[in-house]
Write a protein that binds this ligand. Structure first.
Ligand SMILES: [Zn+2]
Ligand SMILES: [Zn+2]
Length: 308
């Protein structure tokens, strides 16, 4: 499970920061990539990475501001020419359906794969045997969602050596025990899975938030997460400006991470008013409140290791 930043700037593209798009790489977990937002030229950014557009399974849109969606129609269209045949599901606020439909139909774009667009409300918007995704509204002038991605706990590893010592040979019995079934051997002994399977592997939790002022729902989404990705459009001291433009400062993002008990914070959606020489200072402002903070850059990757 890795986070890969395709674009980390606010409002409009800058030389060193393209507009927002974040990939959650779940290649080991499900052979898939999930995208969060697709600002203009997201597909160009992808060309510089190992991400295969055909692997993109889901796209979550936080809100309909241009710097988060202008790259979507092009990306969807190109995927058809890049071997994309599997279904793509797009989740986003009300209006996302019309935006995609108008863009694709007026340009007479025909996709070679099924596309499903889901206009979401708050709550659990996706769940399968591996993951749950929950959405909550933030504060941003137009509806802007934050997403909390929860990996479900998985059964622990099979203690194969211990089983062999007990005289059980590898085969279908191993699978049954791994799946939590108790097994009666030919000699009448009963093998209980509890003794031969390690503890459950804890699932990881990531929160990826759209543009927002400091708000309580951000806190809810960030509670106890392994990684919080929060916008920090402005530097500490610009709280008035942040409030007026429905954004957050470095300090506010760090305060959310601290209050929520997040384990790690990454700041993104950085205004182009700050150049490369300012980035370290932005990170340090947050680190004063929440030490385990990084600042995103285009093409930066953060691994979220399995929880021991
Ligand atoms: Zn934005
Ligand atoms: Zn916005």
């Amino acid at each position: 499970m890795e986070i890969f930043f395709l674009g980390t700037g606010a409002g409009m593209p800058a030389k060193l920061r393209n507009v927002t798009s974040i990939a959650l790489k779940l290649l080991e977990e499900r052979g898939a990539v999930w995208l969060f937002d697709a600002g203009e030229a997201t597909q160009h950014q992808i060309l510089h990475t190992s991400i295969k557009p055909r692997r993109i399974e889901k796209i979550f849109i936080t809100h309909l501001h241009g710097d988060h969606i202008y790259g979507l129609p092009g990306l969807l269209s190109s995927r058809s020419f890049q071997g994309g045949e599997s279904e793509v599901m797009v989740y986003g606020p009300k209006g996302i359906k019309e935006y995609i439909h108008v863009s694709l139909s007026l340009s007479q774009t025909y996709l070679k794969y099924p596309l499903t667009v889901i206009e979401i409300d708050e709550g659990v918007i996706f769940e399968d045997e591996q993951f749950t995704v929950e959405a909550r509204l933030l504060e941003h002038g137009i509806p802007s969602y934050g997403y909390r991605i929860v990996e479900k706990d998985r059964p622990g590893t099979l203690l194969a050596d211990k089983l062999k010592e007990a005289g059980v040979q590898p085969g279908p019995i191993f699978r049954k025990i791994k799946n939590g079934e108790s097994v009666t051997l030919e000699d009448g002994r009963v093998i209980e899975p509890g003794e031969f399977v390690g503890p459950d592997l804890k699932g990881r939790v990531v929160a990826i938030l759209g543009d927002s002022r400091y708000c309580e729902n951000a806190l809810m989404l960030a509670r106890g997460v392994d990684l919080l990705i929060h916008e920090a459009t402005f530097s500490k001291g610009e709280e008035k400006l942040a409030h007026d433009y429905f954004h957050s400062t470095t300090y506010q993002a760090a305060d959310i991470a601290k209050r929520a008990g997040s384990k790690k914070l990454c700041l993104t959606h950085i205004s182009s008013r700050y150049d490369r020489n300012d980035w370290r200072e932005l990170a340090e402002e947050a680190q004063e409140v929440f030490p385990n903070t990084e600042i995103a850059e285009d093409f930066k990757e953060i691994t979220i290791p399995p929880i021991k």
